[in-house]
Design a protein around this ligand. Structure first.
Ligand SMILES: Cc1cc2nc3c(=O)[nH]c(=O)nc-3n(C[C@H](O)[C@H](O)[C@H](O)COP(=O)(O)OP(=O)(O)OC[C@H]3O[C@@H](n4cnc5c(N)ncnc54)[C@H](O)[C@@H]3O)c2cc1C
Length: 490
């Protein structure tokens, strides 16, 4: 590995840019400029890159290759980054080879599951992107009630693989989100009150660690590592497969959204503040305040009742007596209607920012702050995940996910298309959330931009020291640092 100026474009990249149909750039002849783990510029020997490309079953892409621009794109359009290499892994062995290559060359490394990292951690400039997009299969075993999801699979694939068997596990609210980042960071969804977070349903995982070893981790095998990946994010290796516990489920669920004019927000939110603590585990509700693209602002309540619809109708009666809704869309309908209804709003390529915090008590003072801080801006919304139920019955340090005792995650976020709006839209969101900040204690790391060490240490609280010790054991060189980084203990 030789060091020289990163600005020098490799001959291979130039040729490939001119004649993309003629060449696989990774097989071209000159060395490749790249970025090391510490941010310095390095050069990768072409021979080593060619050897990796030949060993991999999937493609090794670099600038100039036909699929390069497609592969480097992530969900949030704000991140336009150019990795030196993209390893489009086809299987666990490809992942192992890519990890070994990165470790041997001290190469900056990003891991892409579904590509939905808000702060764009799954793509990097000048480093290696280990891309799992093609490892996206989910297999269900209805007899053992288990689902086996590859590391790059999406939530839609997970739901679609289990529901035909009358089975389900907790998945998030936008179906094109990746199983990988979602699960490793916690995993809130519309069934979390009944079945817990995604991490609570993780039975085992196959992980490629920084030393290139393929490990199966579970409560019995490498339990420390299994503890750490349930909330510690992508810090400990590349997860090539997740095994999830499944539960019997009738996909025809009482579900939908009730919408009121924004003028009734106080009634709705005060009702929620009184009501949420006593909900049955079957009932998930999530208040939101949104401004439609054509003008009116509304307060909405998303509802999913994961049990007998008749019992659900009964439990929902008090909510249905609040104010005068513009629309009551709650009815028995296929679960996937709810699971995909936000997919368009949060489509690929939007420029997006979000800020969140965990709330223990949804107090009247918080309701006041929500009403006073609300900004009628169609780019931004206030949204929530109601926690509690099964999530809060797991002891605080049983997994690495913090905030078990929080009842609700509150967030301000949204999206726009015009890059010229970035600064002002982000400032508006920050200012809005800033007014809610006194009511939160910590944040959900999967929906957070601030990745400073001090914020991470504080957020993990009493779990951080153990996480840092486990990090030192499995990734002492901090290869997996493009995430909410846990630094290896000294
Ligand atoms: C539109 C949208 C909706 C969302 N809705 C929800 C929701 O309902 N509930 C919820 O809890 N969260 C939600 N989130 C947050 C989501 O959980 C995180 O953004 C998560 O990181 C996405 O995972 P990903 O695999 O798509 O992301 P990626 O960008 O691919 O990865 C994010 C990080 O996770 C790690 N990672 C990903 N896959 C792997 C893997 N296989 N092995 C090792 N590390 C890996 C890497 O460190 C990577 O930097 C949402 C996000 C978006 C953008």
């Amino acid at each position: 590995m030789k060091r020289r100026d990163f600005c020098r474009t490799s001959l291979a990249a130039s040729i490939a840019a001119a004649y993309p149909f003629m060449i696989n750039a990774a097989l071209a002849k000159s060395d490749i400029a790249a970025v090391a783990l510490d941010g310095s510029r390095i050069e990768l020997e072409q021979g080593a890159v060619t050897a990796l490309a030949k060993q991999m079953k999937g493609a090794l892409l670099m600038q100039g290759d036909l699929q390069y621009d497609y592969a480097r794109k992530v969900w949030n359009g704000m991140w336009d980054r150019h990795p030196a290499l993209i390893a489009r892994c086809a299987d666990t062995d490809d992942v192992r080879r890519a990890v070994m290559f990165a470790a041997e060359n001290g190469l900056l490394t990003a891991v892409r599951g579904g590509g939905h990292s808000w702060p764009g951690k799954s793509v990097c400039d000048g480093g290696l992107m280990i891309d799992l997009a093609e490892m996206n299969t989910v297999v269900t075993n209805p007899t053992t009630r288990r689902a086996y999801a590859q590391g790059g699979s999406l939530l839609n694939t997970l739901d679609s693989a289990t529901l035909p068997h009358g089975l389900v596990t907790t998945a998030g609210v936008v179906s094109h989100t990746g199983v990988g980042g979602f699960t490793l960071g916690g995993g809130f969804g519309r069934l979390n009150r009944k079945h817990g977070l995604a991490v609570d349903n993780l039975v085992s995982a196959e992980l490629v660690t920084a030393d290139g070893k393929i490990r199966t981790v579970s409560a019995e095998q490498e339990p420390d590592l299994f503890w750490a990946i349930r909330g510690g994010g992508g810090n400990f290796g590349v997860a090539t497969q997740f095994e999830f516990q499944l539960y019997p489920f009738d996909r025809n669920v009482l579900s939908g959204t009730i919408v009121w004019p924004i003028e009734q927000a106080r009634d709705v939110l005060e009702f929620y503040a009184d009501w949420y603590a006593g909900l049955s585990d079957d009932l998930y509700i999530g208040p939101a305040m949104i401004t439609m693209p054509d003008g009116p602002s509304v307060v909405a309540m998303e509802v999913v009742y994961a049990g007998d619809p008749a019992a659900g109708e009964k439990e929902l009666q008090p909510l249905r007596r609040i104010g005068t809704p513009i629309e009551d869309g709650v009815k028995i309908q296929d679960y996937m209607v709810m699971q995909t209804q936000e997919d368009g709003t949060f489509g690929h390529g939007i420029r997006s920012y979000a800020k969140n915090g965990m709330v223990k008590d949804f107090t009247p003072a918080l309701v006041d702050a929500l009403i006073e801080s609300f900004v009628a801006d169609p780019r931004l919304m206030f949204f929530t995940h109601t926690s509690g139920g099964a999530v809060s019955r797991v002891p605080e340090l049983a997994t690495a996910f913090p905030h078990r005792n929080a009842q609700v995650m509150i967030a301000v976020g949204g999206g726009w298309m015009d890059p010229a709006m970035d600064e002002e839209a982000i400032a508006t969101a920050r200012n809005w959330f800033g007014q809610l900040e006194p009511f939160v204690g910590g944040y959900y790391s999967n929906i957070e931009f601030d990745s400073s060490t001090s914020a991470t240490v504080k957020n993990y609280g009493p779990a951080y020291e153990r996480l840092s010790t486990i990090k030192a054991k499995y990734d002492p060189g901090n290869l997996f640092r493009l995430n909410r980084n846990i630094e290896p203990a000294a």
